[in-house]
Design a binder for this molecule. Structure first.
Ligand code: DC
Length: 216
């Protein structure tokens, strides 16, 4: 049977950094499912399709090819990884991620990957929907302020001019949208282990998770 590890939590909780460390340590394929929603958002914005135009979204999603090459996401043959964390995508992605037609298609793609490979996936509904039967489930949290600081530092390192207040506001808005949407909202799975990462370093969290995995 394939190994499946689910990591859920709000934006900026450190999921992707931790998931990459665990993937390397246990030789798993890392799938950043947020990237998949971001890629669809990028494609829609490039085509001037708004989240309210469901007919056009349906056509778009049926004609979209997404796969990973290592950490990179390939959208219709183009490596778009660099664009996916841009503020414009972050601002718009929650609206697209709440569309059930998009979710259905992407969830299917995620499940296909989990059938083929040993995976660690991070997202919002991995433990509750995508990998409901995963043996290992983790739910990472941190205060909105700490998550905003992490995103701010990350974007500064990339050389982007950003405002901390705008990032904090965006994080709070996304928390609200992700938690309150009708389809597959952000929720801790009953059998997930919750880790509050506020004040913890990356290595501390990675060690905690590794210990849980090794113990089972
Ligand atoms: O993890 P992230 O910030 O890159 O996620 C981008 C958006 O996609 C976020 O608003 C929530 C949404 N998302 C989701 O609804 N389900 C997932 N499995 C992953 C991300």
């Amino acid at each position: 049977m394939k190994i499946a590890i689910a990591i859920d939590g709000p934006a900026g909780a450190g999921k992707s950094t931790i998931a990459k460390i665990i993937a390397n340590k246990f030789n798993l394929m890392y799938i950043n499912t947020g990237f998949m929603y971001r890629a669809v958002t990028l494609k829609a914005l490039r085509n001037n399709i708004s989240a309210s135009n469901i007919d056009k979204i349906c056509t778009l999603i049926q004609n979209t090819d997404i796969y990973f090459e290592g950490d990179d996401l390939i959208l219709d043959g183009e490596n778009v990884s660099h664009y996916l964390t841009m503020p414009n995508i972050s601002k718009n992605v929650s609206s697209f991620a709440s569309i059930s037609e998009i979710r259905k298609k992407l969830v299917k793609e995620m499940q296909k990957m989990a059938e083929k490979y040993d995976v660690i996936m991070d997202g919002r509904d991995i433990g509750t929907v995508v990998l409901k039967n995963a043996k290992y489930k983790f739910f990472l949290t941190a205060t909105a302020e700490e998550r905003a600081t992490r995103r701010y530092d990350e974007l500064l390192k990339k050389g982007l001019q950003v405002s901390y207040d705008e990032i904090l506001e965006d994080i709070k808005k996304r928390d609200y949208l992700d938690t309150n949407r009708d389809v597959d909202p952000l929720k801790k799975a009953k059998d997930a282990i919750e880790i509050d990462t506020t004040g913890l370093g990356i290595e501390d969290v990675a060690n905690k998770i590794s210990q849980y995995i090794e113990r089972r």
